[in-house]
Design a binder for this molecule. Structure first.
Ligand SMILES: [Ca+2]
Ligand SMILES: [Ca+2]
Ligand SMILES: [Ca+2]
Length: 389
C-alpha cells in the first residue's frame, strides 16, 4: 500500500513536472507553477507549505555540516539550486520520513547525489536550519535515470563513522565535544513504550539462541516471550532511572532504547532508582551485582555498558525538547533530580569494561532499525574522559 501510494505520487508529480516544462517552453520567461519554489525561495519563505525543486547535494548531519559521501542514514538530505553547492547556508535541509526512506534516503540510494528532486511539505526549520519537514511527496525531476548500481553496503565497523556521522566532532574536547555530539545524535525518533518490547527482542537477542534475550543485570538467557510483570518474567529497565528527571514512559527519554534493557522483574525492582556506585551486598538472582541503600553496582561484564548508556543520556538530553537536562554528578541519592552518579565511578567502569561485540551490535541495530542515532561512547569510549575528566 505504502509503495503504491508513493509510486502514485511520483507518477503524478512527474506528470506535473512535464506539464510545467511544456508551459515554460511555450511561454518564454514564464515562472514555474505558483507553489513551486527554488531552494533560495524556500529558504527565504520558511513557514507555509510548498514544493521545492533542487539538486541533491548531500546529507545534513549537523546545522553547518553536510556530508557528500559515506551517508550515515536515510533520514535527511540537502537540496540546493546548484548541484555544485557546498555552502550549507545556500541549502534547504529536508527531513525524510519513514515511508520515503527506501526510495530517497541517501545511504540506500547514494546515486541520488547530484540529481534533481521535487519535495512537497511544510517549510519548517530542521537541524536548526531552514528546512522542509514531514514531507508529503518526493519525485525525481527530468530525465534522471533510476540508480543502476546496487546500494552500497552500510558500514558496520564503528570506526567507519568517523568520516561521516562523527566528522564534525573529531578533534573536539570538553563542552565543545559534548555540544557537537548532542547535535549529531539528536536526530532520533523514539518508539512508543509498547513498541519497546519488540525492539528489545532484537537489540538484546542472545547471539547463541535467537528465541531468547539476555537479561541485563542477571546475564540470564530467557525466552523473548516471557516478558511481563510477573515473578521470573522480564520487563523494561530504564538504566537512567526514569524518576531522575521524571520523564516517565512517554516518547522521548522514557522510550529511548539506547538505555532500555530487558531485566528480571524482581532484579529491576531491587535496582529501583538507585544511582551507580561500587559496593554493597549481593543481589539475589543477579550474580555479581551488589547493592546497598543508595547505590547499585552491576556485574563486571556490563559495568562499561551502564556507564556508556548514562553518558549517552547526559549528552542526548540537554533540556531543549521539553524534557529535563539530564547530567552526571559525583553523588548518589540523587532521587528525582535530573542527575545520575557517580561520574568518577562510571568513568572507571567505562575504562575497565570496553565495548564488546554484543554492545557494538546493539548500537548498530538501534541505529539501523529503530532510532537512526548512535551512542557515541560505544564507538569512541575515550570521548567520556574528553568530556568529563
Ligand atoms: Ca552505596
Ligand atoms: Ca561489557
Ligand atoms: Ca544533558
Amino acid at each position: 500500500m505504502q509503495a503504491n501510494r508513493v509510486n502514485r505520487w511520483r507518477s503524478l508529480a512527474a506528470l506535473v513536472g512535464v506539464v510545467t516544462a511544456v508551459v515554460a517552453l511555450q511561454v518564454p520567461g514564464a515562472a514555474v507553477a505558483a507553489d513551486q519554489l527554488t531552494v533560495a525561495e524556500a529558504i527565504a519563505r520558511q513557514g507555509g507549505t510548498g514544493t521545492v525543486r533542487g539538486h541533491v547535494v548531500g546529507q545534513p548531519t549537523a546545522t553547518t555540516t553536510v556530508v557528500r559521501s559515506g551517508f550515515p542514514s536515510d533520514y535527511a538530505l540537502a537540496l540546493a539550486d546548484s548541484a555544485a553547492e557546498t555552502d550549507p547556508s545556500e541549502m534547504l535541509y529536508v527531513q525524510i520520513t519513514a515511508s520515503f526512506r527506501a526510495e530517497f534516503g541517501l545511504r540506500t540510494n547514494p546515486d541520488l547525489l547530484g540529481t534533481r528532486l521535487d519535495v512537497t511539505g511544510p517549510l519548517r526549520s530542521y537541524f536548526a536550519h531552514p528546512g522542509l519537514t514531514s514531507p508529503t511527496a518526493f519525485s525525481p525531476v527530468g530525465d534522471t535515470e533510476p540508480p543502476t548500481e546496487p546500494p552500497t553496503e552500510p558500514p558496520t565497523d564503528p570506526g567507519d563513522y568517523d568520516e561521516t556521522y562523527y566528522r564534525s566532532a573529531l578533534g573536539l574536547t570538553g563542552d565543545a565535544l559534548k555540544d557537537e555530539l548532542h547535535e549529531i545524535i539528536s536526530t532520533n525518533a523514539t518508539l512508543s513504550y509498547s513498541q519497546v518490547w519488540d525492539a528489545l527482542k532484537k537489540t538484546d537477542e542472545d547471539p547463541a539462541n535467537s528465541a531468547n534475550v539476555i537479561l541485563f543485570y542477571s546475564g540470564r538467557s530467557q525466552s523473548k516471550n516471557s516478558n511481563g510483570g510477573g515473578v521470573g518474567q522480564w520487563n523494561r529497565e530504564h538504566v537512567w532511572a526514569k524518576s531522575h528527571g521524571d520523564f516517565g514512559t512517554a516518547t522521548g527519554p522514557g522510550t529511548d532504547i539506547h538505555h532500555l534493557r530487558p531485566t528480571d522483574v524482581q532484579v529491576n525492582s531491587a535496582r529501583g532508582n538507585k544511582d551507580f556506585d561500587n559496593g554493597g551486598s549481593p543481589v539475589p538472582g543477579a550474580p555479581g551485582n551488589l547493592t546497598d541503600h543508595d547505590s547499585w553496582e552491576p556485574r563486571d561484564d556490563v559495568k562499561g555498558d551502564v556507564a556508556r548508556m548514562i553518558f549517552y543520556m547526559a549528552v542526548r538530553y540537554e533540556g531543549g525538547d521539553g524534557f529535563a537536562d539530564l547530567e552526571l554528578n559525583d553523588a548518589v541519592s540523587n532521587g528525582s533530580r535530573p542527575y545520575m552518579g557517580r561520574t568518577s565511578v562510571l568513568l572507571d567502569w567505562n575504562a575497565e569494561d570496553p565495548p564488546d561485540a554484543f554492545e557494538q551490535r546493539r548500537n548498530q541495530v538501534v541505529y539501523d532499525d529503530f532510532q537512526g542515532n548512535r551512542n557515541p561512547f560505544i564507538d569512541h569510549p575515550e570521548w567520556a574522559d574528553a568530556i568529563w575528566n
